[in-house]
Design a protein around this ligand. Sequence first.
Ligand code: SF4
Length: 326
Amino acid sequence: MAMVMAAERVTAKDYRVEEAIDWCPGCGDFGILSAIQQALAGLGLLPHQVAIFGGIGCSGKAQYYTSAYGVHTLHGRVLPYATGAKLANPELTVIAVGGDGDGLAIGAGHFVNAGRRNVDLTYILFNNEVYGLTKGQAGPTLPLGLQTKSLPEPNMQGQVNSLMLALAVGFTWIGRGYAYNVKQLTSLIQRAIQHPGLAYLDVLQPCPTYNNLHTRDWYAGKDREDQRPRIYDVEEEGYNPIVPAGASEDQLFGKVCEFNELAHQWGDRIPTGVFLENRAVSTFEERIKERIPTYRAVPPAQRVIADEQGYTNADLSSFLAEFTLS
Ligand code: SF4
């Protein structure tokens, strides 16, 4: 996480912009945006210390609606952009945002390889099970056999369990929030940012325009006889997500079993909260520093790469000597 400037008082207002927001009324994206702004302000981070990278889709506009640095990237490529920025400037707080279609379909390969590196950044997935921007086709998290209102037939493909995928490929912090529980979501985003390593936050995000199945009322359990909300917080029920540094194989296996159970709960009980906080794995930045001891002191973003006229000051002599024709 970037250095926190406690001296200046930062509020969520500092992260708001005048830009007109063009999400549909009632979209869960509003709750996530508000939680991001409150989380960053709550950590005392100033907008210039934060960079938000957005994928393609409705959620990929979130970075336009904050005053932090924002980059709109290519479809499915948000994690490589965010990774590059974090490695070039490790002092920056880096957040990647995108939808389930962006991150788990076309972007699935990058999701997998980001997990292998464990770079210190936060990936927030706006999970609404549909491609909202392109009129509601089935997204990779829509369960097999469900038919949202814009599908002519029930979904013929199985769903990606992104929590299990994140665990399998090496994300070291994994959690789930709900777009309309902004208080809990703010805290989850803060904990994801503070985790030293790659954090994945799956956010259940109702899309009132195209997903008529998993709606705000459905998550609130209004269709149930007992009217009980489907969503609950695992930590309020005593779950401990931490794998301590130096954990034994048995400890790790035990946590994986508990995680597996949570990641497959759906229907009348849907868990939220932090499912895994693995402190036993080194970050990519730590691994780089072992090879390049000056990496943190002079990271790539602070290296002088050109003279005042703009000519490169890279020393290519040994490279050129090797390729000079005799
Ligand atoms: Fe939100 Fe769905 Fe509208 Fe996109 S289409 S802005 S996800 S409600």
